[in-house]
Structures are given as structure tokens and as C-alpha cells.
Design a protein around this ligand. Sequence first.
Ligand SMILES: Nc1nc2c(ncn2[C@@H]2O[C@H](COP(=O)(O)OP(=O)(O)OP(=O)(O)O)[C@@H](O)[C@H]2O)c(=O)[nH]1
Ligand SMILES: [Mg+2]
Length: 233
Amino acid sequence: MKNFNVALAGQPNVGKSTLFNALTGVRQFVANYPGVTVEKRFGKYVYKDTEFTVIDLPGTYSLSSYTKEERVSRDFILNSDIELVIQVLDASNLTRSFYLFFQLLELEIPIIGVLNMVDISKKRGIEVDIDKLQNKIDIPIIECIANKNKGIIELKNRIFDFCLKDKKISNFKVDYGKELNKEIDQITEIIKKLNIKNYPPRWLAIKYLENDKTIIDLINSSFEGLEMSDINV
Ligand SMILES: Nc1nc2c(ncn2[C@@H]2O[C@H](COP(=O)(O)OP(=O)(O)OP(=O)(O)O)[C@@H](O)[C@H]2O)c(=O)[nH]1
Ligand SMILES: [Mg+2]
């Protein structure tokens, strides 16, 4: 049977492990405080004669390399054989979910968004315009209430369609403003010449500007052995 690897990413406490349990039936510990999952966990389910391996990643606020959880999630997303990342968003606190979401989109990997906790957002009178969000960000978004098993079949359907048919990567780019965009473009052009595997050049350029130590080391080590004329700046 064909197998696809699907990773659950998102901030701490947005319901990733709850969604993992609902998808796979495997019980992963959930609690009402952040930082519960520290190591990745695997579970499987079969849908329409196809096997899906779900990976529950530790919650992270960003994809920088400051904490162990961030490094575990980032290395796994970049260096493993993953067909799809499911970014879990907290509908009741959407702006906070966006920081990580944009970083994931910048990795230029296949992503589906899950808008979880819509019960809480509705109670608070927050209406999310899903169509507008999907169009803007250029990826499918599915509404869920993971602890009530709501939206799970729809999600399985979308995962199936995505892995077997679409495999579309979003064209969305964060607009950092005229000056920073220019700087990012220039650094991206230099990084492209270094041919660093697994990492998209634009994402490396942004992390470089953020002073991400791991990425700066990676870029510096890639310069070794190159002549300035190779880089042609
Ligand atoms: N009201 C509501 N609660 C939810 C929903 N989904 C999950 N929860 C609850 O939210 C809390 C956090 O869920 P977890 O699944 O542990 O969250 P997590 O993203 O795995 O958290 P970390 O492992 O710390 O990153 C738990 O109390 C869940 O029962 C939902 O859709 N609605
Ligand atoms: Mg968890």
C-alpha cells in the first residue's frame, strides 16, 4: 500500500496532538498548557486504501533555532521525507498563529492549513473569512474542532487529494516593505550561487537577516573554497 508522510506543525497548545489522536486513533498526551509534546510522535491511518503516517511535532512559535523544539521541528520538516505539512492555526488567536505560518510558507513546501478551535472563536464572536484567507495565502484551509472530532473527515479528504493529486506549493510571499524586500532579493541572489541543499535561498536570506546563528554558520561554511568571482557580486 502506498504511504504518505504528513507532519502536524503549529504553535504550542493549538491542538496538534488532539488532531493527531483524532486522525490516527493513537493516543498522544494532551493537556491544557503549552509545551506538552517535546519529541515527535508517529501514528498511522488508512484512508481510501492509502496509508498516511502522521508526525506530531513539538509546538513552536517560529522556525528559528533558539529552542530544542524549534530545532526538532525545523530539521524534521526540512530534512525528512514529508509529502505535506499541516499547519494548525488557532482560530481564536489567529494573528499569533501567523508568524510561524508565514515562515512555513517561505520554506516553499506543500502545506494545508487547519483552522482549529473554531468553537472558541465563534463564542468570542470572531468570524474568519476562510475563502478570503485561502485566496490570499494560496493554500487550502479546513475548519476543525479537533476535540469534538469535527472536520476530521473533510481533512482526511483534503490530505488524500493533496498527496495524490494537487501537491501544490503556495506562491504567497510576505511583503516586508520596499527596502527589506530589496535587501532580501539581493542576498537571495548571492545565496543561490552557493547551492545549499534542502533550504530555499529566499528563506535562508530572511533567516540570515534575522541573525539566525545556525543559518549564518551554514552560509559561511558554504562560502569556503569559493572564489569571489564564483559568486560574482
Ligand atoms: N475548545 C477546543 N479545545 C480544543 C480543540 N482542540 C484541542 N483542544 C484542547 O486544547 C488543549 C491543547 O491541545 P493539545 O492537543 O495538547 O495541543 P498541542 O498543539 O499538541 O500542544 P503542544 O504539544 O504543547 O504543542 C487541550 O486541552 C485540548 O483538549 C478545539 O478545537 N476546541
Ligand atoms: Mg502536543
